[in-house]
Design a protein around this ligand. Structure first.
Ligand code: GLU
Length: 453
């Protein structure tokens, strides 16, 4: 069977670096296994789901290098969910319940005050046809619960029922169905909660592996039971740890600063975001990885640790800078052109070591082409006045810097910082930056002479 995975976001917000992890894990897994990657929008919540979010998620994934083999949305597949729910009803596995949310709340508080777990008591299952008709006559509509297979003949006599699976990230896992309420699959207004559509889709799309956050571990036992009730084998599951800040704070969808869109706008490289997202919270070192193929080589679900994946947003800047320092010219030439930089590999190779993002190259291009606000400290004024006369004749080459500074050293006796810094300041307006030996030919004779007093 072809390995098929899915990333199944609800399009109710923009994705951030935390939600990019299941997307990347599924993507890397599908590429490693020569399989398929499905992007499935879980948009059964029609009020909160928005087309603009679906579009932004697709755009963000593409930027990260994830190109789905297939895209689907649940709102188009309701007919299939109706068929599946009818099948469960016919098998007596889905039963109507007429309690209002307030009644359920009151019941749960009562159970808690008696020290009992707030598990639904299957009262709906006891109701007679007349009682149901009476509720209907009052205008009540039922919600529908799936009866968990945690009992023998009598559903009111539950017994310990462990559902186990071998999790790709967490190893042997087990959930006891006797401690759980029968899940509501259909709301009173007839719409589906996420559970049943997700399972029906996983079956119909031939999903072989479900890789998702560990916040879904508790759902997995119930889902395996529903797969079986529908006559299907459950996929293999892998639940990864969740990304948090250093102080353990979770990243909600509203954390704007860490949205993939804002990281893109800040000029970060997709591969530094992907490297951090995939390697944080694993037993591997978090380091910049140049391309997806190399990341596929490093990716290993079993190396994900059990504790949360803690990260400091500052790390991302550092990782990005390290990645940019190694980027070859061919990888950035189009983007340099977009920034209005009409330079070749020599310019990029000179400045990349001083760039935190590729966009920073624009500042160095400004220094190369000018105009530059030259800086001369008072104590250097006399020295700088002499420099023009010692600039070697002819073409400015990488050798010019050392010939020029040697001549100035002999003339003035200055050396080290006292010799180099005044020249850097007068030519670039800054007291740090790329190697002057390589900058000089880029700046060129005309600009050099213009900037010297
Ligand atoms: N829409 C669900 C979520 O975003 C999908 C969970 C799953 O992968 O099954 O949490």
């Amino acid at each position: 069977m072809t390995v098929t995975v899915r990333f199944a976001p609800s399009p109710t917000g923009h994705i951030h670096i935390g939600n990019s992890r299941p997307a990347l894990f599924n993507w890397l897994f599908s590429r490693k296994e020569g399989g398929r990657f499905v992007l499935r929008f879980d948009d059964t919540d029609l009020e909160r789901s928005k087309q603009e979010y679906a579009e932004s998620i697709e755009k963000d994934l593409r930027w990260l290098g994830i190109i789905p083999d297939f895209i689907e949305r649940q709102s188009r597949r309701v007919a299939s969910y109706d068929v599946a729910s009818q099948k469960l009803k016919d098998a007596g596995l889905l039963y109507p319940c007429y309690e209002t949310p307030e009644e359920l709340d009151r019941r749960r508080s009562r159970q808690r005050s008696l020290g009992r777990p707030p598990v639904y008591d299957r009262a709906g299952l006891k109701q007679t046809a007349e009682e149901r008709a009476a509720f209907e006559a009052e205008g009540r509509r039922p919600h529908w619960r799936f009866i968990l297979p945690n009992h023998d003949a009598d559903p009111f006599e539950t017994k310990r029922t462990d559902v186990t699976w071998n999790d790709l990230c967490r190893g042997e896992q087990s959930v006891d169905l006797s401690s759980m309420s029968d899940p509501v699959l259909i709301r009173a207004d007839g719409t589906y909660l996420y559970t049943l559509p997700s399972i029906v889709d996983d079956i119909d799309m031939g999903i072989t592996h479900v890789i998702r956050g560990e916040d879904h571990v508790a759902n997995t036992g119930v889902q395996i039971a529903i797969f079986e009730a529908l006559g299907a084998a459950a996929p293999i599951f892998g639940h990864h740890n969740l990304l948090t800040t250093r102080d353990g704070e979770g990243l909600s969808k509203r954390k704007g600063a860490l949205s993939i869109g804002s990281l893109r706008e800040a000029g970060l490289e997709p591969m530094s975001v992907a490297s951090l997202a995939v390697l944080t919270g694993t037993s591997q070192a978090v380091e910049p990885v140049q391309d997806m193929d190399a990341l596929i080589g490093k990716f290993d679900l079993a190396s994900i640790s059990r504790s949360s994946a803690k990260f400091d947003p500052e790390e991302l800047k550092n990782l990005n800078a390290r990645l940019v320092h190694e980027l070859p010219y061919e990888a950035v030439s189009d983007r340099l052109a977009d920034l209005g930089i009409e330079a070749g590999a020599d310019f990029w190779e000179t400045v990349r070591g001083n760039c935190e993002t590729v966009n920073d190259a624009a500042d160095f291009w400004q220094i190369v082409t000018g105009p530059v606000v030259s800086r001369i400290e008072d104590e250097d004024r006399e020295f700088v006045a002499k420099t023009r006369n010692f600039l070697p004749d002819g073409e400015i080459t990488p050798e010019t810097w050392s010939a020029w500074t040697s001549a100035l050293k002999s003339e003035t006796g200055r050396k080290g910082r006292g010799l180099f810094m005044p020249l850097r300041r007068v030519l670039t307006g800054m007291d740090h930056g790329p190697d002057m030996k390589a900058m000089l030919p880029l700046i060129g004779r005309r600009n050099i002479l213009d900037r010297l007093p």
